[in-house]
Design a protein around this ligand. Structure first.
Ligand SMILES: [Zn+2]
Length: 85
């Protein structure tokens, strides 16, 4: 038989995310915008220009990502149209 103590714990709950480009704050209640945030986490390797062992953390809203992709002429596939062909 197992015996347990009752304990209170404090947990961290997401309140919102700030886009690292436009600095717009997206509240957790804005679920449609929140679900489109792109999060990049990268551990830099030996030859990295950012420094061996450093980490990059980035949150980008969908508006900034679209602007970055468009400015660099990176194509966004329209899956609905592509599946109809
Ligand atoms: Zn943004």
């Amino acid at each position: 038989m197992r015996y347990f103590d009752k304990v209170r714990k404090t947990i961290k709950e997401l309140h919102g995310i700030r886009c690292d480009f436009c600095k717009r704050y997206i509240f957790k209640t804005d679920s449609f915008e929140l679900q489109e945030i792109i999060q990049i986490t990268h551990s830099c390797g030996y030859a990295s220009i950012f420094g061996d062992g450093n980490e990059i953390h980035l949150d980008i809203c969908q508006h900034c990502l679209k602007r970055i992709l468009k400015n660099n002429k990176i194509k966004i596939k329209d899956i609905l149209i592509e599946n109809q062909i």
